[in-house]
Write a protein that binds this ligand. Structure first.
Ligand SMILES: [Zn+2]
Length: 333
């Protein structure tokens, strides 16, 4: 079955869904790919109506693609997360960090962070900023460390290769790995903070085909940034993070409230970066809106909207909210 009914709010579970006034949509790069690869007609897209949740203010499509089809969309049709890879390539080849305006400086100045976590996707948030802070700034080093990481990880792939070439791959892997280790040691300039990424392997997120030069983004992140990956479904409520960053990933899971609750309950601060435009595109099951912050406040979460404090030029409507269940947010901009 291609389309599935999502009659309850995918975030809070409420049945109070009101049909949105504006049902116009346009196709984009992604929906055209989906339309083609699933051999859909226009009627399927017209049938997906936009609803607003009167409880938590998110907007969602209903009906929308079934779980099985969303796996296909995020792992086959556009399995590679372009923005994720553009961020990492841009940094390691040109020294340009992902654009979050002055966000990192504000966070760094105001919150003492020893234990930092993000959700699901490794290069969308602040991991690159931490790398840039902890290692000496040197473009040659960036280029080399990226090159050797990719080479090391891909030289461990020997399927279908004859024995003689396997030996070559084995010696290559050893060479690249030792280069990588010595480079990281040589250019490290500060004590590294603890970094982890919590993953829930949702079918709404990029997983097995989020690759570049045959290397998966999570393998690369683990190697380059020394990130610990943790399975959300096996976690106990005991992790204490100083900051938990969610960068355009909360609308890419089927259990967004569980994830946000986990982050809030186990962290001093949570940073939520999400889309907030009124037009929900058809490749997304749901989206947050700029009214979501009032839902959080209603639920006794301290919030500070940083969207207009970070001096970033936005290409589409997005929101940055710093929130906490335990601490009133007093930060100096
Ligand atoms: Zn809701």
């Amino acid at each position: 079955m291609i389309l599935h009914k999502y009659d309850n709010c995918v975030f809070c579970g409420s049945k109070k869904l009101k049909i949105a006034k504006n049902q116009n949509y346009t196709h984009n790069f992604y929906t055209r790919a989906i339309k083609n690869d699933l051999a859909l007609n226009e009627k399927s897209f017209k049938n997906m109506k936009v609803y607003e949740c009167e409880n938590c203010n998110i907007i969602q499509n209903n009906p929308w693609f079934s779980k099985e089809i969303s796996f296909k969309i995020f792992n086959q049709i556009y399995g590679q997360h372009n923005r994720n890879w553009s961020n990492v390539i841009n940094f390691f080849q040109n020294g340009i960090k992902p654009n979050h305006g002055k966000l990192f400086d504000i966070i760094d100045k105001n919150i003492k962070i020893k234990n930092y976590c993000e959700f699901n996707v490794p290069f969308m948030g602040l991991m690159i900023h931490y790398f840039s802070k902890e290692y000496k700034k040197n473009l040659e080093f960036y280029k080399n460390v990226f090159y050797y990481s990719l080479k090391y990880l891909s030289s461990r792939q020997v399927a279908g290769i004859k024995n003689i070439s396997r030996d070559k791959k084995q010696s290559d892997a050893k060479k690249y790995f030792s280069k990588l280790c010595s480079l990281k040691k040589k250019y490290l300039s500060k004590k590294k903070i603890k970094k982890s990424i919590v993953i829930d392997n949702s079918y709404l997120s990029w997983l097995y085909n989020d690759n570049y030069n045959s290397v998966n983004s999570r393998s690369l992140a683990s190697e380059l940034f020394d990130i610990k990956f943790e399975d959300f479904n096996l976690l106990k409520n005991s992790k204490k993070y100083d900051l938990f960053g969610i960068f355009h990933t909360l609308d890419h899971t089927h259990q967004p409230k569980k994830i946000l609750d986990y982050a809030l309950n186990n962290s001093k601060y949570v940073l939520l970066y999400c889309h907030s435009h009124e037009n929900l595109e058809k490749q997304h099951l749901f989206s947050f809106t700029d009214k979501f912050i009032s839902y959080l406040k209603k639920n006794k979460v301290f919030c500070k909207d940083l969207t207009f404090e970070i001096a970033k030029e936005f290409k589409s409507k997005e929101t940055y909210i710093l929130c906490s269940k335990f601490n009133e947010i007093k930060i100096k901009i």
